[in-house]
Design a protein around this ligand. Structure first.
Ligand code: PLP
Length: 394
């Protein structure tokens, strides 16, 4: 957008393309292909297509392009490529830029599928990956190899223990070694993200989470410079097939319009819940970045406008007692998703992190009593009462 509009205005208007009908709401172009006026026009478009010219939906589609322009505008990125899921974005960005012999440094506290891509997939193709404790800058410094480390990968806010990584400091270390910094920023959301300003080169979202925000569609997006998106990401993605469907792009595009309102209300709810449970004798820990007890509270205040929509509780209990708590909840639904308008609860030790060996679970703070809450749009008072009632049932 050329205008100096604020994010909420841009979330509603940026990237809109209108057809010859002048439709009010963004059109859903549910089409795989495009027809050409003549054989010569087809030839010309295959040679080079203009901004309003499309060839095939695996390469691009008007509805998908509207979503890409709108989110790029909100994130302050030059360009974006929308993908079929968050994992298509993570794996696509990495596979598109890396080759055998390259070295990658990554934080260890990652979403399980991200860990799989880095640990099991990239290494199969001759990419060497070193894992570090992302909160320890000394480990980042020791792990990067000037000239050989091509990429640094991290999640700014870790799942499920909500540890923060000092992105600005990691970017300095990575850039000094000549590496690009790729950030999976799902937990921070596009509304609270300052990743590009803090020095990140590539920002990745699973749109499945807060961008959809109502638990309907899968999607993802890679954001970066025009050069990176069009010369590195696009050729890889368009030939390997991880494109976002036009229908999902339309849902995500409309999701962006209300994203700011939703995540601010959800973050306010999360803070209210965290404050109400802090100090409850039935809990051994309440983990929320904007609570004074968080180990990186100062960094959280400095780098995040709110504490986000997720908090974690440790009941300090065994699995059976923790299951009694989960089963007694009446508003919070047991699931493994997050960022929804409905409040959700996850037991990481037996679901999302089930496959990790016990020593790794312990190292990541994933105890039998740990539960992750994704705060939705319900009234925080009802959520607090639900949690306290379930604690009574333990
Ligand atoms: C959910 C999630 C992903 C994967 O997204 P999908 O849309 O499920 O493929 C990647 N990283 C993080 C941090 C996530 O929370």
């Amino acid at each position: 957008m050329s205008e100096n509009w604020k994010p909420r205005t841009r979330a509603v208007h940026a990237g809109t393309r209108r057809s010859q009908y002048g439709e009010m709401s963004e059109a859903l172009f549910l089409t795989q292909g495009f027809v050409y006026e003549s054989a010569a026009a087809a030839e010309a478009r295959f040679l080079a297509s203009g901004p309003d010219e499309f060839v095939y939906a695996r390469y691009g589609n008007p509805t998908v392009a509207m979503f890409e322009s709108r989110i790029a505008d909100l994130e302050g990125a030059e360009d974006a490529f929308a993908t079929a899921s968050g994992m298509a974005a993570v794996s696509g960005a990495l596979m598109a830029m890396l080759r055998a012999g390259d070295h990658v440094v990554s934080s260890r506290a990652l979403f399980g599928s991200c860990l799989y891509v880095l640990e099991e997939v990239l290494t199969r193709y001759g990419v060497e990956v070193s894992f570090v404790d992302g909160t320890d800058l000394g480990q980042w410094r020791a792990a990067v190899r000037p000239g050989q480390t091509r990429a640094v990968f991290l999640e700014t806010l870790s799942n499920p223990t909500l540890e923060l990584i000092d992105l600005e400091a990691v970017c300095h270390i990575a850039h000094a070694a000549g590496a690009l910094v790729l950030v999976d920023n799902v937990f921070v959301t596009p509304v609270f993200s300052r990743a590009l300003a803090q020095g990140a080169d590539v920002v990745i979202y699973s749109a499945t989470k807060h961008i959809d925000g109502q638990g309907r569609c899968l999607g993802g997006v890679i954001l970066g410079t025009r050069d990176f998106i069009r010369k590195t990401v696009e050729p890889y993605m368009k030939h390997t097939g991880g494109a976002m469907s036009p229908f999902n792009a339309w849902v995500m595009l409309k999701g962006l319009e209300t994203l700011d309102l939703r995540v601010r209300a959800q973050a306010a709810g999360a803070l209210a819940v965290a404050r109400a449970l802090q100090g409850d004798a039935r809990l051994s820990r309440v983990i929320y970045p904007h609570l004074p007890g968080h180990p990186q509270h100062d960094l959280a205040l400095r780098s995040m406008e709110t504490g986000g929509t997720i908090l974690s509780l440790d009941l300090g209990a065994d699995k059976a007692a923790t299951f009694r708590f989960l089963d007694a909840l009446r508003i919070f639904r047991i699931t493994n998703n997050l960022g929804d308008s409905k409040s959700l609860v996850t037991h990481p030790a037996t679901t999302t992190h089930q496959r990790l060996p016990d020593d790794q679970k312990a190292a990541l703070g994933i105890t039998p009593g740990l539960v992750r809450l994704s705060i939705g749009l319900e009234d925080p008072e009802d959520l607090i009462a639900d949690l306290k009632g379930a604690l009574d049932a333990v």
